[in-house]
Design a protein around this ligand. Structure first.
Ligand code: NAD
Length: 370
């Protein structure tokens, strides 16, 4: 008996988790029954006929909920739908920050996988939604900043005088930060970047930016390539360093995160107040509490003439590009899951599973219960 997968739209998100091309592989290569919510691709001008041609059937949310073994969407979408008990849900749920949203799944004995919990290993690379979306967000952050900023990016030498290139400070040189540096450099900006991981310095320099560091510190402790929270002395020195470099920056793109923790606070109010009016801060860590003391998630605010844009899902502003990558990530996960499910303790499935039949399985939540 082939399994049935239902694909739901995510309210207020124009991105689509599975495009017709990947749906065709699900119905063909993986021999799955696919149901989809009508209008699934409408934000990208993909009509239902293309999904039908790929072998999927249009059904109402209620029908999908009743008849699917697994329901796939980008984010939570189920509150108003009657959940079928024992169903499996796959999405990008950012569970470490939104744990209260899981009561409904528990009540309905659901099994939940969140793709943002996959480890950043070679095996998981094709399903790595964090990298796909961070890369687009880093790019988009620079484009947004360029739109808001009242000056130019490259140097202009004209008969009427010379315009100096914009100075950009990038905080956090992970996937989003490196893409922001590359984009800003392509537009002619002069870029400085900072990361607690000294090893990021080489990548920063290879993109033509200057790496700034807290003097006197060797490679800080890290966990599997990720940053960890720093000591108080380090944090103080770091804030001072950032403050000094912000003075000459026109744009700051901040991307610093510590998995499962509140984002590190790197930009103090006094630093914002030291920036020139017309400067721009884009805070990609806004959903995790923000790198800037003043930023508010999903809001654009103006403080003393400095625009602060807080948004952790900028990839949703370029939904066609984001959906193309997400669709590959979700397909790879479904394909992997079909094979790996038979084995106990598969490393990727157990890392991304939050709950099994209504029971918490992720260490973060089990620890909270103790
Ligand atoms: P992330 O989104 O968790 O954090 C973004 C950046 O912020 C990181 O570079 C981190 O070091 C930095 N940061 C944290 N605290 C900071 C602070 N106080 N000040 C300044 N910077 C701070 O990270 P990410 O972009 O997801 O990448 C994390 C690591 O994982 C990187 O080493 C990356 O190369 C690696 N990675 C590996 C794979 C893979 O092998 N499949 C895929 C993606 C990323």
């Amino acid at each position: 008996q082939p399994k049935t997968i239902g694909i739901l739209k995510t309210p207020n998100d124009p991105r689509v988790c599975l495009l017709p091309k990947e749906v065709k592989k699900l119905t063909g290569e993986l021999a799955l029954n696919i149901l989809f919510e009508p209008g699934l691709g409408s934000s990208l001008d993909i009509d239902d006929a293309q999904y039908i041609q790929a072998g999927a059937l249009p059904k109402s949310r209620e029908e999908i909920s009743k008849n699917s073994d697994t329901i796939v969407s980008i984010n939570h979408t189920f509150s108003e739908v009657e959940m079928k008990g024992g169903c499996c849900f796959i999405g990008i749920f950012n569970p470490l920050f939104h744990d209260s949203k899981f009561a409904i799944y528990q009540k309905n004995n659901a099994t939940v996988y969140s793709l943002d919990l996959l480890p950043r290993t070679t095996l998981a690379q094709s399903m790595d939604v964090l990298s796909s979306m961070a890369s687009l967000a880093g790019y988009r952050a620079v484009i947004k900043a360029a739109e808001i900023y009242n000056g130019v990016f490259p140097m202009f030498t004209t008969a009427a005088g010379t315009l100096t290139p914009v100075k950009i400070l990038v905080l956090g040189a992970g996937v989003a930060g490196l893409q922001a540096i590359a984009t800003a450099r392509r537009l002619g900006a002069v870029v400085e970047a900072f990361d607690v991981r000294k090893s990021a310095g080489e990548e920063v320099r290879s993109l033509g930016a200057t790496f700034i560091e807290v003097e006197g510190y060797a490679e800080s402790a890290n966990a599997g390539g990720y940053a960890v929270e720093q000591s108080e002395t380090y944090q103080k020195k770091q804030k001072e360093l950032i403050h000094n470099h912000i003075l000459s920056a026109n744009i700051v793109i901040s991307t610093a995160n510590i998995p499962g923790r509140k984002a590190p606070l790197l930009i103090e109010t006094r630093s914002v107040e030291s920036m020139q009016p017309g400067s721009v801060i884009v805070d990609l860590a806004a959903e995790q509490g923000g790198n800037c003391e003043l930023s508010k998630n999903k809001q654009i605010i103006n403080h003393n003439g400095v625009t602060i844009l807080g948004n952790s899902t900028l990839s949703a502003e370029i939904p066609a590009a984001a959906s193309k990558l997400l669709s590959n990530n979700f397909f790879s996960f479904l394909k992997y899951k079909q094979k790996a499910e038979a084995q106990d303790n598969d490393p990727l499935l157990s890392a991304s599973k939050i709950m099994d039949n209504g029971e918490w399985t992720h260490p973060h939540f089990i620890k909270q219960l103790q």
